[in-house]
Every structure is written in structure tokens, then in C-alpha cells.
Design a protein around this ligand. Structure first.
Ligand SMILES: Cc1cc2nc3c(=O)[nH]c(=O)nc-3n(C[C@H](O)[C@H](O)[C@H](O)COP(=O)(O)OP(=O)(O)OC[C@H]3O[C@@H](n4cnc5c(N)ncnc54)[C@H](O)[C@@H]3O)c2cc1C
Length: 398
């Protein structure tokens, strides 16, 4: 059986590798001309960790991972307002937790798939025909993807793993008048820069700003690089370039380390709205959605990458060698949708905690973070952050 995967991101690479293990001939179409190098830090845990273990990919990811000892919230004057030990998260996840740059997850997954899949860079898919499985409507028709330069690809199955602004999603049945993206009122920026001195000062601490309506976070990498990611309140779901530049200036004044990070903004940065994808049906014909394209949970849920990898394994397990595609696609959605909807709800609950919009919310966050240092409270919070799947109840995971 032949599969086409649109998007060589986290979900796409995981799905391609998992299908190749099941004997599929798999091609991945990626719009970027080369593998990505910039991005933001991801905390990796939960169902994706278990899936990566069972797919044999975890060592490739851990090789690029980082561990941190503490998270510290610092105000504009440099005063520490709250802190908590990362060890508590590590314990709650039974040691299955590390941090890794988004581009490094992709590098690790590329190492893992090796030459078992074909990856075509610079292939931006502009239109998709979902095709048809053989049945009462007539004989089978292959799925098709057309690339911007006119190349045309056919397959028995097409997986749309093309992220939150998915093109493939256009081939899915829609409910007229409903929005697929649920905007969460925030805009995010992220990048990586080289500053060994700042990296040494940050050490193994994640440093976050204790601030209203915006949140800046710095992580040092072991090789002297530093990642900045900033989230700022923005109620426009599609801000114009000028507005985005203005939003970026709002991180200025959050402390000397943040200002230093802003001064080193490279030409290429990651930037996007913070949103969730609410898609009424994940498949049509021979076409199915995966990862952020189907069920973006947003950075507020902190498990999008994990769910993309775990979802890829659930999908590949359901497909097997591809004997009954309609049943497999229905089974994938039925088993996976409840867990991602639970995570989306958790993400929405976290919004005000993540970026407090008023002084009361900021004080409440400081207080909650202090409480996190108490073991019983920490266990409850860890359960909320990690979800029941990691701490022993609920969805059995992939
Ligand atoms: C700041 C931030 C922090 C986050 N932190 C965490 C965290 O701590 N833990 C966690 O698990 N998750 C986290 N996430 C979420 C996580 O990054 C996403 O959920 C994850 O990247 C989704 O993977 P994906 O493969 O579905 O999509 P993506 O990673 O977006 O990949 C989509 C791919 O498709 C390609 N593409 C798009 N359109 C086309 C097209 N038309 N043709 C061909 N290719 C195309 C893109 O170039 C890209 O390579 C965070 C997100 C952000 C923004």
C-alpha cells in the first residue's frame, strides 16, 4: 500500500515511520526547502513518550533532549517571585519527561525513519482530492495531492499532518458557519540564538517573567544557545504585520535577560496565533488528518507534540497493512478524539494561569506556584498538567 503524508513535522514524520514499519511505501511532502532549524522548547511527556518508546524512536529523541532542575518566575527588577522544582514533574511522569527543541524532535524523527520513507522538501501541497474507497458508491479512486510547482502525487491513503493552518483540511466535510480554529486570545513568538554567557547564567533553570498580559520564557541549551518564547495577549485572530511587530515590542522591559534576548532576535523566527483546531470529521474518502491539523490543543495544553506522535501510532495501529481503510480511519477517530478533547479543555482552563491579565490573577498564580512546592498539592497539580493517562487512570495510551 502507498501512503502520502503532507507535512514533515512531528506528526507527519511519526506517521510515516510507523506506517513504514507496517510495510507501507510512504512519501512525505514538505513545503519547507530544508529541515527547520529554529523554533521553541517543548516539554515532552505523556502519551507521545510511550508511543515513541514502542515505535523505537525514543532514544533518537532523548539524544537531543535537555533536562532542567527548576522553573523560576522573575519580575522586571530581577526579583524571584515564585519557583518550583522540575523534579516533581519528572516524578509525576515516572521519569518519562524531558525538554527538546521543536526542530530537534524533527531531527530525531528523521534519524529514526532513516531511508524507510521518502521525504520531498520544497513540495507545498496546494490542493487535495480525498479519493474514494471501493464500496457502494463505486470502485476505488486513489487520493491525490497537487504541489505548487505542478507535480501530482497519488496514493491509497493521504495523511494531512500539515499543522494548524492545514491545507488538507479543506478536503474534509465542514459544518457551514462554524469556525475550525478556536482562537485563544494570544499570539506567540519563538526563536533560538547563540549566547554562551547568557546560557551559563541561566544554567539549568527555566526563567519565566512574572508579568501581566505577556509572558517571556528563556531556556539555555547545553551548547551555548538560548531559546526565547513569548506569548502576548492579542484578540485579533489574524494580526497584520505591523500589529505583530508592535506585539513583539511588548516583551521589552521584562528584565535584563529578556531584553538581551530581544536584542538577538534572528531574521527567521517562529510566530503564530495561539488556537485550537475543532474539526467535525477527521477523515473523508482516503484522506485523514493528524496532529495539529486535526486536533491542535495549543501550547496552553503543553502536549501537542506528544499527542501528534501518539496519534500517529494510534492511526498506524488501526491501519495495520491497510486491508480496511474506512474501518481503520473510523476506529482511529473514535478512540483518539475523547483524549484530545479532554486536553483541549485543559488548555482553555490554563489560559489565564499562563498569561494573567490582571493583578489578582497574577497574585493567584504566584500563590499557586508556591503551593506547588508542597508535595500533596504538587501531586494534584501534576495530575492536572499531565492528565490521567500518565498518572495511572483514564485513556490507556497508545
Ligand atoms: C510556543 C509553543 C510551545 C509548545 N510547547 C509544547 C510542549 O511543551 N509540549 C508539546 O507536546 N507540545 C508543545 N507545543 C505544540 C506542538 O509544537 C505542536 O502541537 C506540534 O508541533 C504539532 O505537530 P504537527 O506535526 O501536527 O504540526 P507541525 O509541527 O506544525 O508540522 C506541520 C508541517 O507541515 C508542513 N506544511 C504545512 N502546510 C503544508 C503544505 N501545504 N504542504 C506541505 N507541507 C506543509 C509545515 O511546514 C510543517 O513542517 C507548543 C507549541 C508552541 C507554539
Amino acid at each position: 500500500m502507498r501512503a502520502l503524508v503532507v507535512g514533515a513535522g512531528i506528526g507527519g514524520l511519526a506517521a510515516a515511520g510507523a506506517l513504514a514499519q507496517n510495510g507501507w511505501e510512504t512519501t512525505v511532502l514538505e513545503q519547507a526547502p530544508a529541515p527547520r532549524t529554529t523554533g521553541y522548547m517543548i516539554d515532552f511527556f505523556g502519551p507521545g513518550f510511550a508511543a515513541a518508546e514502542s515505535l523505537g524512536a525514543i532514544a533518537h529523541l532523548q539524544r537531543h533532549g535537555e533536562m532542567y532542575s527548576r522553573a523560576r518566575y522573575v519580575d522586571q527588577t530581577g526579583r524571584t517571585r515564585a519557583k518550583f522544582a522540575m523534579e516533581s514533574f519528572l516524578n509525576a511522569a515516572h521519569g518519562k519527561f524531558f525538554s527538546i527543541l521543536r526542530p530537534d524532535i524533527e531531527t530525531g524523527l528523521r534519524e529514526w525513519v532513516g531511508d524507510s520513507v521518502g521525504i520531498v522538501q520544497g513540495a507545498r501541497v496546494v490542493s487535495v482530492d480525498p479519493g474514494r474507497c471501493p464500496g457502494t458508491d463505486g470502485p476505488g479512486v486513489p487520493a491525490r495531492a497537487v504541489v505548487a510547482d505542478g507535480r501530482d502525487f497519488e496514493a491509497d491513503l493521504l495523511i494531512g499532518a500539515d499543522g494548524i493552518h492545514s491545507t488538507v483540511r479543506g478536503a474534509m466535510p465542514a459544518i457551514p458557519g462554524t469556525r475550525v480554529l478556536r482562537h485563544l486570545g494570544l499570539h506567540v513568538f519563538g526563536y533560538v540564538f547563540y549566547d554562551p554567557e547568557l546560557a551559563a547564567n541561566l544554567g539549568r533553570e527555566v526563567v519565566l517573567s512574572d508579568s501581566l498580559v505577556r509572558q517571556a520564557t528563556l531556556y539555555a541549551l547545553s551548547d551555548g544557545r538560548v531559546t526565547f518564547f513569548g506569548v502576548v495577549e492579542c484578540h485579533d485572530p489574524d494580526p497584520a504585520p505591523d500589529t505583530r511587530e508592535e506585539l513583539f515590542t511588548k516583551f521589552r522591559g521584562l528584565g535584563s535577560d529578556v531584553d538581551r534576548a530581544l536584542d538577538q532576535r534572528p531574521a527567521e523566527i517562529f510566530e503564530d496565533v495561539v488556537a485550537q483546531a475543532v474539526v467535525p470529521a477527521w477523515s473523508a474518502g482516503r484522506c485523514v488528518l493528524l496532529g495539529d491539523a486535526a486536533f491542535a490543543v495549543s501550547l496552553l495544553a503543553g502536549q501537542g507534540a506528544s499527542l501528534a506522535i501518539a496519534g500517529a501510532k494510534v492511526l498506524a495501529d488501526a491501519l495495520g497493512s491497510g486491508n480496511d481503510i474506512p474501518a481503520a480511519l473510523a476506529g482511529y477517530e473514535a478512540s483518539w478524539r475523547p483524549l484530545v478533547e479532554q486536553q483541549q479543555e485543559a488548555g482553555r482552563r490554563n489560559a489565564r494561569f499562563f498569561v494573567p491579565s490582571g493583578r489578582r490573577a497574577l497574585l493567584l498564580r504566584r500563590w499557586s506556584l508556591h503551593l506547588m512546592n508542597l508535595a500533596p498539592v504538587n501531586a494534584v497539580i501534576a495530575r492536572r498538567v499531565f492528565g490521567a493517562s500518565v498518572v495511572g487512570k483514564g485513556h490507556p495510551g497508545p
